[in-house]
Design a protein around this ligand. Structure first.
Ligand SMILES: Cc1cc2nc3c(=O)[nH]c(=O)nc-3n(C[C@H](O)[C@H](O)[C@H](O)COP(=O)(O)O)c2cc1C
Length: 252
């Protein structure tokens, strides 16, 4: 059988070595199998989670510090791809929507990401500021869930960050009306070419008026660590009425 061009790379493949069901999944990828998974294969996608725990005594009293510790560890882990990727959940009416965005800054003020203010997410946030952020660090058997409110960062802050982006990304931000239906890929490329001609590489590309950052101010941050026998650790920090963080343990 010929190797599949999309087969898992060696380091990623190693992730699956000791997990019965998932190793079969890796085999599938490696052989480009198109046969649908049967029920037993899906049920076998179960791993025995590890020895690493998160105890109340180990957890930092400040959840932002605790988050930074976990983010740093995730960023140093070669199996975690894009440690700063997070799944942003927003609501429109009674319809939730989730998509990945990149964390660009974290501080006591909150979690900052950048996007198009007129995109689906931008429209949803303008209607309802309540959002969730989920960091899925699967190879480390870890997850962090942040609940909070999203507000736009200042224009100056957005402009400062925009100026640090690579030129193609700056042009891309102008060229794409994110989340709008477009005729075809050519029209997108045409937009990009026109903007690129207007602001050639090396020139200063101004901040698009509909693009900038959001800061998610958290009121709840939950840290999940996989453990043996499904007795996972879940520690949640929640702000009390006095704006002090209170730590509680949740059932896994
Ligand atoms: C790993 C990853 C990182 C992403 N980062 C961003 C980001 O930082 N900002 C952004 O607007 N879209 C980002 N996207 C694209 C979004 O997931 C999404 O397609 C886009 O923002 C439009 O979402 P919306 O239509 O719900 O507004 C990223 C996608 C992936 C897979």
């Amino acid at each position: 059988m010929s190797p599949c061009p999309l087969a898992y790379s060696a380091p990623l493949g190693q992730l699956f070595i000791n997990s019965t069901g998932i190793s079969r999944l890796a085999m599938r990828a490696a052989t480009c199998s198109n046969t649908p998974m049967d029920r037993d294969e899906i049920r076998a996608m179960r791993r025995s989670y590890g020895e690493l725990g998160l105890s109340e005594s180990d957890a930092n009293p400040n959840p932002i510090t605790q988050f930074e510790i976990w983010l740093t560890t995730a960023a140093e882990n070669p199996y975690v791809v894009e440690a700063n990727a997070m799944v942003l959940g927003t609501i429109s009416g009674d319809q939730p929507k989730a998509r990945s965005v990149l964390l660009k800054e974290v501080s006591e003020n909150g979690f900052v990401f950048y996007s198009n203010y007129e995109s689906d997410k931008g429209k949803q946030i303008s209607q309802n500021q309540n959002v969730s952020l989920t960091f899925p660090w699967f190879p480390m058997e870890r997850q962090v869930i942040v609940l909070g409110t999203a507000t736009k960062v200042s224009k100056a802050e957005s402009a400062d960050y925009f100026a640090t982006r690579p030129w193609p990304s700056q042009i891309g931000a102008w060229a794409s009306n994110q989340s709008e239906v477009i005729a075809d890929r050519d029209s997108l490329q045409k937009n990009w070419d026109e903007i690129a001609a207007k602001y050639p590489e090396g020139s200063t590309v101004p901040l698009p008026p509909n693009w900038g950052g959001y800061c998610v101010e958290p009121h709840s941050i939950e840290f999940w660590q996989g453990r043996y026998s499904r007795l996972h650790d879940r520690l949640r920090y929640a702000l009390d009425a006095n704006k002090k963080w209170q730590l509680t343990r949740l059932a896994p």
